[in-house]
Design a protein around this ligand. Structure first.
Ligand code: NAP
Length: 277
């Protein structure tokens, strides 16, 4: 029976097991998808177990997305540039690391009717997901990408790391307002507004009243489904995109990497939406 694991610590909060089990059920696949709580010290041994013949691969999440990279045999160029692996394929004992957050985000954006080619974009955050989003945008032809992060050194490092792909402008607090007002796409990749400890903090990553004049506002947070940023943007008449679509499409890309088949996206999305209420 094909087996897939999620390497995480803690392992309890992820929606990946129910999303992939829904995919198995939709396609009649007799497979197992199990979350493994792997403390950092146990990661090398857990990765070794992925080489076993019945294991198709794994998802990797917090806190292992970077630490797993040197334990693999090969990592795609995209995952190397982003600096994180979220999907591992076991090819007869040879472990290949992918990053499906980048194509997952791009697919969600295209589904929302937004083609990034030649557009002006403001990205909030410079953490792991921001790097995947920036990589997706730059490789899809965004010409004006500006990043704002609480810790400017991380935004500077990202701009430096991606300079071969395109120009990333690092915004200071004074530059944030004019850049946001004229952006065609604003994306929040910070964790500001995310449910923590079961509580919705009802916070926006932007100062009160600051929103683009037009365009699409995207928040990759999926808990809650409607963040304060999205609610304020919708109230201002802007189009919005939440984090569920990216979650589903990164999972769909992982599924395709393991099974070489198209993922049942509808069943995966329905399972996630039911779990999120
Ligand atoms: P991360 O690597 O820890 O980065 C967190 C980011 O949030 C950093 O830019 C950090 O700024 C910023 N931040 C945190 N607290 C802040 C505060 N109080 N004020 C201002 N900025 C703050 O996390 P991540 O993996 O990128 O994940 C970020 C969010 O994306 C999470 O909510 C996660 O659930 C979501 N996500 C969604 C998907 C999806 O499929 N939809 C995929 C991945 C992640 P500093 O650099 O200054 O600390």
């Amino acid at each position: 029976m094909p087996q897939i694991y999620l390497l995480a610590h803690p392992a309890g909060h992820s929606l990946s097991p129910l999303m992939h089990r829904a995919a198995f059920a939709a396609l009649g696949i007799e497979g197992r998808y199990e979350a493994w709580d792997v403390p950092p010290a146990a990661l090398p041994e857990a990765v070794m177990r992925l080489r076993e013949p019945e294991v198709l691969g794994a998802n990797v999440t917090i806190p292992h997305k970077q630490a797993v990279m040197p334990l693999l045999d090969e990592v795609t160029d995209a995952a190397l540039a982003i600096g994180a692996v979220n999907t591992v394929i076991n090819d007869e004992g040879w472990l290949l690391g992918h990053n499906t957050d980048a194509p997952g985000f791009l697919q969600a954006l295209l589904e929302a009717g937004f083609d990034p080619l030649g557009r002006r974009v403001v990205l909030l955050g410079a953490g792991g997901s921001a790097r995947a989003v920036a990589y997706a945008l730059l490789t899809a032809g965004v010409t004006d990408l500006a990043v704002y992060n609480r810790s400017p050194d991380k935004a500077q490092a990202m701009a430096q790391d991606f300079r071969a792909l395109g120009v990333v402008n690092v915004l200071n607090p004074e530059g944030l307002e004019p850049a946001v007002r004229t952006a065609e796409l604003l994306i929040n990749t910070t964790s500001v507004g995310m449910v923590q400890g079961g509580v919705d903090p009802d916070l926006s990553p932007l100062p009160q009243g600051l929103l683009p004049h037009h365009g699409l506002v995207c928040d990759i947070i999926y808990r809650p489904v409607q963040t304060r940023l999205l609610r304020e943007a919708a109230a201002a008449g802007l189009r919005t995109l939440g984090g569920v679509a990216m979650l589903v499409y990164q999972g769909a890309a992982s599924f395709t990497a393991w099974f070489g088949a198209e993922a049942p996206v509808g069943a995966m999305r329905a399972a996630v939406e039911e779990a999120l209420g």
